[in-house]
Ligand binder design. Structure first.
Ligand code: ADP
Length: 626
């Protein structure tokens, strides 16, 4: 079983390790997915704005090319999240008459474009457009970056005409000329206060499962969820990071082409063709993709800004990052905590199993030993009973038959019969007392009692045996012994047991000392010590002598009569009375057993005998169940 437990423990350990690795992977990929989905949805919102605000033949075949005003107004009237775009600018590239870029701001109230100087917030965009000569570019591909996370803004090309060419079986469209751009400046406050909290809640469900911190960082943004204190590691060393936020998803354009929400008519007050509903063309296979493929001229996507202004190899367009950090400090810490918990639980179960097995083993061994002792006891007791009975019977028969008639001999026979009878009585009494304790029927009659009287009675009971053994008994007692709170009969029987043992196992002849005195050091007890001049108790017997039925090796070897119950009875009585029994033994010199008895309350015995005092009120219930 122990080997099996060991194997189980090793398997358990490995299994928990494996589980933790799997759990870590699961949690990581879950967080990865959540961050991905959040970025995806955010980008979809940007893409929607990009698409709605884009003007061009691909997307608006039946609308005049210069119908920007209509398109801008429709954003505010019908977009699902019009608040996302704070300001719209139209940039027109320099012409022969006007040598510089013309910047117009879309006024929402009047639905008109008003010429304004380059706004300071668009400096980054201006910097990108300066070095490019859009006129010279002609049919050559022009690279532009479409997302400016630091502003934050979208730069949307205003497409002129497009031409479809077939090349390698693919439809490529060449767009020319590029007439300018639409700039959608996004509302940072709306993003931070509405959009991001909504998206974080939708994808991370922090209100139901606040197990992670989510942070969105990048140029111009530092957003934390939950708001308030978050650990610095969320920014510097997150468990999961997704750096795709703030990207236009061009491959999703078709989704918006078929998006019915594009269709509603424009808001009142807009001009020109804007007054009629604009029906986006049905999705053309490959059209929305090839639009940009053609512009790039090398199969890449010019607006997926990693290449940055100036083509591949330029500085990367800054994106925003979605960072996720586990609340425990990191995912690894959380998983190792869970692993420790799992290990503790499973090893706890194994420990419990091992302990129960040990306990079962212990109780079985104990039960076996007890059964063996009981068998020994039965055999021993039958022998102990048979011997005195045989002696008594033959002595009685001799007397009855008149074999002995000499008065001296008759007296000797009488003494023998009385002695054997006494031994029988003592044994039967011990067995009955033990049975009483075992069944729980035995009760002790606890009351204040005079210790001197109790010792006196014990000595009187042992007197015949003292004479039989030609022993000497010395009694040493302090004169001012206080009253004790005990069952006088039980204590007297206990003392008698100890005296009988001292006579049985004492020297030849036995010399027994009975000494009673008050405990030193302020303990509220009186001690009675019975010492003998015997051979002492063997070390291997000492731990067991208070167990029922236990008989020392020396006792059985020397065929000293006994049941093995005496000391166990004394110990039980002491336990019930709140007293103690202790033993000191000296090999070859003798043993000393001491009873420590509790004191009676001061003055409990005053003015009367122990028996009368027992009835005195205020002593509580004197009956203690045995
Ligand atoms: P019993 O005397 O009937 O065997 P007890 O319970 O009184 O049973 O004692 C248990 C064992 O303790 C004895 O068998 C003996 O080996 C040992 N023992 C008890 N008292 C003494 C003593 N005074 N001197 C030496 N050994 C003793």
């Amino acid at each position: 079983m122990a080997v099996l437990l060991g194997v189980l423990a090793v398997l358990q350990y490995r299994w928990v390790g494996q589980l933790s690795t799997d759990e870590r992977e699961r949690l990581r990929s879950h967080a990865d997915n959540q961050a991905d989905n959040l970025a995806e949805e955010f980008n979809r919102e940007l893409t929607r704005a990009f698409f709605w605000l884009q003007v061009g033949p691909e997307l608006q075949r039946d609308a005049p090319l210069d119908d920007e005003v209509n398109r801008y107004a429709r954003w505010y009237a019908a977009a699902p999240r019009p608040e996302l775009v704070q300001t719209i600018y139209r940039l027109s590239e320099p012409t022969a008459e006007k040598g510089a870029w013309v910047v117009e701001r879309f006024a929402r109230d009047s639905a008109r474009l008003e010429v304004v100087p380059w706004p300071a917030e668009l400096e980054a965009i201006r910097a990108q457009l300066q070095p490019e000569s859009h006129q010279q570019a002609g049919a050559q591909p022009v690279r532009v970056v479409s997302t400016f996370a630091s502003i934050p803004a979208l730069l949307i090309p205003r497409v002129g005409q497009s031409q479809a060419n077939e090349k390698d079986g693919r439809v490529l469209r060449t767009i020319s000329p590029l007439r300018g751009y639409t700039v959608a400046v996004l509302d940072r406050a709306y993003i931070e206060k509405d959009l991001l909290p909504q998206l974080v809640e939708r994808h991370f469900r922090l209100s139901q499962d606040p197990s992670v911190y989510v942070g969105i960082y990048g140029p111009g943004i530092a957003f934390n969820a939950p708001a308030g204190e978050v650990p610095a590691a969320l920014r510097s060393a997150p468990d999961v990071t997704n750096d795709d936020l703030f990207e236009i998803r061009f491959f999703e354009f078709r989704r918006f082409v078929t998006d019915r929400r594009v269709e509603p008519p424009v808001a009142a007050g807009t001009t020109g063709a804007g007054a009629r509903p604009v029906n986006p063309p049905p999705a053309q296979p490959g059209a929305s993709n090839t639009l940009f493929v053609a512009r790039e001229g090398r199969g890449g996507n010019p607006f997926r800004g990693r290449g940055g202004p100036g083509g591949p190899g330029g500085p990367p367009t800054p994106h925003w990052n979605v960072n996720v950090l586990h609340r425990a400090g990191s995912l690894d810490i959380a998983v190792s905590h869970a692993r420790l918990r799992n290990l503790l639980v499973s090893f706890g179960v194994l420990l419990l199993l091992g302990t129960s097995m040990g306990l079962v083993l212990m109780t079985t061994t104990r039960a076996q030993r007890l059964a063996a002792q009981q068998m020994e006891f039965v055999a021993g007791v039958s022998h102990e009973l048979r011997t005195p009975l045989a002696v008594i019977r033959s002595a009685a028969e001799n007397l009855a038959d008149g074999v002995v008639s000499d008065p001296k001999q008759v007296k000797r026979y009488g003494d023998v019969i009385a002695g054997e009878g006494r031994r029988l009585t003592q044994m039967v009494e011990q067995i009955m007392e033990f049975a009483g304790f075992e069944s729980g029927r035995s009760t002790l009659d606890v009351r204040p009692a005079d210790l001197g009287g109790i010792i006196e009675e014990a000595l009187r009971g042992a007197d015949p045996l003292v004479r039989e053994h030609h022993a000497t008994i010395e009694r040493r007692s302090a004169t001012d012994l206080p009253a004790v709170l005990v069952d006088p009969g039980a204590v007297s029987r206990s003392l008698q047991n100890l005296i009988v043992n001292a006579l049985k196992y004492g020297g030849t002849p036995p010399a027994v000392v009975v000494e009673a005195r008050r405990a030193e050091g302020g303990r509220r007890e009186v001690s009675v010590t019975i010492s003998d001049n015997g051979a002492g108790i063997a070390a291997r017997d000492l731990p067991h002598i208070f167990e029922p039925f236990y008989r020392g090796g020396d006792a059985t070897a020397r065929q000293i009569h006994g049941s093995g119950l005496g000391l166990s009875l004394v110990k039980r009585i002491m336990d019930q009375l709140g007293g103690r029994i202790t033993v000191r033994t000296d090999a070859g010199k003798g043993s000393a057993f001491t009873l420590h008895l509790p004191l009676a309350p001061e003055g409990a015995l005053a003015g009367g005998a122990a028996d009368r005092a027992a009835d005195a009120p205020g002593l509580g219930d004197p009956r203690v169940p045995a």
